[in-house]
Design a protein around this ligand. Structure first.
Ligand SMILES: [Ca+2]
Length: 225
């Protein structure tokens, strides 16, 4: 009887009232959850936007490879380099990209070099900006190989800097024994440099062969400190 009287006590109107209260509570909870989670999402997005705004990729090639080069030598230590001018100071170097060509042996290990220097002069190897030796390699040909400098603490406070690909394996006179670097022949910027082997002097790439100036396909990403 007690059970029966209890059931008879809750009438349809009461169910409707309880339902409304539950609905209001649910909507209220949803509102609270939006209020508590939205600011976090907005903050994350703002932080990412700020990071993106401050990060700049520096490049002087147009992304299309007309040819690819190697130092064409039987010796080691040949290098191809690009000089970069940061748009702000201090600039922290975060990464570099090298477009490795398809010919030769694309997966050959290369050494990454970063020096001080200037647009008007050659790379200054006495001012090596890396704190430890860095190497990289492509997984296959015609690939931008990205190198991360986040552990290197490379900070440019004034002037320019240079990034070079160094051949650790003698490429041979036709370059067939090692990797190639992509070259852009369109609108060259007089920023690319050539060194045949470890004992050679740096030359502007326009002084090598008779095809004029061209851009080595090396890029750099910097962020304002
Ligand atoms: Ca091009």
């Amino acid at each position: 009887m007690k059970k029966h009287s209890s059931e008879s006590f809750i009438k349809p109107a009461h169910f409707l009232g309880l339902g409304m209260i539950v609905l209001i509570l649910i909507l209220s909870a949803c509102g609270n959850s939006e209020q508590s989670s939205d600011p976090g999402i907005i903050q994350d997005t703002e932080a990412a936007d700020v990071l993106k705004e401050n990060e700049v990729e520096l490049f002087y090639d147009d992304g299309t490879m007309e040819a690819h080069h190697s130092p064409w030598t039987d010796n080691t230590g040949g290098q191809l380099a690009v000089v970069f001018t940061p748009p702000f100071y201090p600039a922290v170097l975060t990464s570099a990209q090298f477009l490795v060509g398809v010919n030769g042996i694309p997966t050959t290990t290369l050494r990454v070099r970063v020096y001080k220097g200037s647009v008007s002069g050659g790379p200054d190897e006495d001012q090596d900006l890396l704190s430890s030796e860095m190497t990289a390699s492509a997984l296959f040909g015609h690939q931008w190989v990205e190198v991360d400098f986040s552990d290197q603490n490379v900070i440019i406070t004034s002037g320019d800097f240079r990034i070079a690909m160094e051949w650790l394996t003698p490429p041979g006179n036709r370059g067939e024994n090692a990797q190639f670097l992509g070259m852009d022949y369109s609108k060259p910027d007089r920023r690319s440099w050539w060194k045949t082997d470890s004992s050679s002097n740096w030359k502007r790439i326009g002084e090598v062969a008779d095809v004029g100036d061209r851009d080595c396909m090396i890029r750099a990403t910097v962020i304002k400190k």
